[in-house]
Write a protein that binds this ligand. Structure first.
Ligand SMILES: [Zn+2]
Ligand SMILES: [Zn+2]
Ligand SMILES: [Zn+2]
Length: 139
């Protein structure tokens, strides 16, 4: 299983190394050269293991994008491991932001409550004063 393309359906034959690779990145990791660009690519379906060739210069994804033996749709958008990681990081960031926001909201709410308490306390003190004055006067 290739660690770069998570949903790879075919292996690519690298004629330079005479080896099969799941993706160009896998080849790059073990070699110091790119896979030579040739119009003909030799692929192996991962599902039925059949080897087939495609002509990249005359390629029709609607018909050539399927394994000739088992019809496995191999010409699909690659699900890159790096993208998955990025997506994960993005989700984490969003979660962090949410927590951040929650804290902020709590702070704002706390500040609001404190202000109200302070006001109430001030009013209570005032009442107390007024009461004392009244009582004092009454005496
Ligand atoms: Zn090679
Ligand atoms: Zn790979
Ligand atoms: Zn197949």
């Amino acid at each position: 299983m290739c660690k770069h393309v998570l949903n790879a359906q075919v292996q690519i034959y690298a004629p330079c190394c005479k080896q099969w690779f799941d993706c160009g990145e896998c080849h790059r990791e073990v070699s110091d050269h790119p896979i030579p660009q040739r119009p003909e690519l030799v692929l192996a379906c991962k599902k039925c293991k059949k080897v087939f060739r495609i002509d990249t210069e005359d390629f029709d994804p609607d018909s050539d994008g399927f394994c000739p033996r088992c019809d496995n749709h191999w010409y699909i958008e690659a699900e890159l491991a790096e993208e998955a990681k990025e997506q994960e990081e993005l989700e984490q960031l969003k979660e962090d932001a949410k927590d951040f926001l929650k804290d902020d909201i709590r702070d704002i709410r706390d500040a609001g409550r404190e202000k109200r308490l302070r006001k109430e306390r001030a009013r209570a003190e005032l009442d107390y004063e007024e009461m004392a004055i009244k009582h004092f006067r009454g005496w």
